[in-house]
Design a protein around this ligand. Structure first.
Ligand code: NAI
Length: 258
């Protein structure tokens, strides 16, 4: 039986992936703050260590799928925690479980980023070098200097761009090891994270205006279906890619770029 590890498995997209994997006959180990097989706070070094130790003990050091869904939105406080979970937590899970994936069968990992990551300039982003250098203390210090009305969104979008870059940076080594690694980048998805943003006056209008050409938000199961495909053997040549699933949002926001 294939073993899948899913972070953020208690809610939203992660819970939908969990449901689909269980229905497909996989053994799923969910990691989350609560309502999970492995309860851990992926924003802290201690939480990451205990999550990795627990997962490796439960799996005997062999994993077939890793899906990194755990994340916080722009409204989460403090904004530095968003950068910690979305970037540093995801990268620690990837690197910490790489050897276990190498021992898996047709192994694959998927990181959930966001199509909104490309709406800000990455080249001019003040956090770029700190992310690329893996300097969490510097990222936290820079986020703390941002104006309060921007900090959450900048922390969110930059963390999602940075984690997409982290995947691309690993494509050569992971490909050589025959472990596939990709990003799925959703637009607006109807989940508790999006609902929390809608009820925050700082972000509600922007989220309401973040409407896809298809005229609706995605449901979590639609994102889970793409994640499941990308992680499956049917996608055996998909590697190092960032796959948008946003109902046309990015194309309509940037019609002259890709
Ligand atoms: P959600 O809030 O329903 O699920 C996120 C899960 O991550 C929750 O169960 C939460 O407890 C867990 N989590 C958060 N911080 C954690 C921590 N420190 N340690 C362990 N677990 C933690 O949200 P949703 O929408 O399902 O989000 C899943 C992923 O999709 C996130 O990475 C999010 O940024 C991303 N995403 C969501 C979009 C949306 O519109 N809902 C759009 C684009 C990306």
């Amino acid at each position: 039986m294939a073993i899948a590890v899913i972070t953020g498995a208690a809610s939203g997209i992660g819970a939908a992936v969990r449901e689909q994997f269980v229905a497909a006959g996989m053994e799923v180990i969910g990691i989350d703050l609560k309502r999970a097989d492995v309860r851990a706070d992926l924003s802290t070094a201690a939480g990451l260590r205990s999550a990795l130790d627990d997962v490796l003990q439960r799996t005997g050091g062999t994993i077939d799928r890793l899906i990194c869904c755990a994340g916080l939105g722009p409204q989460a406080e403090p904004p530095g925690r968003t950068a910690a979970v979305n970037y540093f937590g995801a990268v620690a899970l990837l690197d910490g479980l790489f050897d276990a994936l190498k021992r898996g069968t047709n192994p694959a990992a998927v990181v959930v980023a966001s199509s909104s990551a490309v709406l800000q300039s990455w080249a001019d982003n003040p956090l770029r070098d700190a992310y690329l250098g893996g300097d969490e203390a510097r990222v936290q210090a820079l986020v703390a200097t941002l104006p309060a009305e921007q900090a959450g969104y900048v922390a969110y979008a930059s963390s999602k761009y940075a984690v997409s870059v982290a995947v691309r940076q690993r494509a050569a080594a992971w490909g050589n090891a025959r472990v596939r690694l990709n990003v799925v980048a959703p637009g607006a998805v109807q989940t508790p994270l999006l609902e929390a943003g809608l009820s925050d006056p700082r972000y509600s209008e922007a989220i309401r205006n973040f409407v896809a050409p298809l005229g609706r938000r995605a449901e979590a199961h639609e994102i889970a279906t793409l994640i499941g495909f990308v992680a499956s053997e049917q996608a055996a040549f998909v590697h190092g890619s960032v796959l948008f699933i946003d109902g046309g949002l990015d194309a309509s926001a940037r019609p002259f770029d890709f």
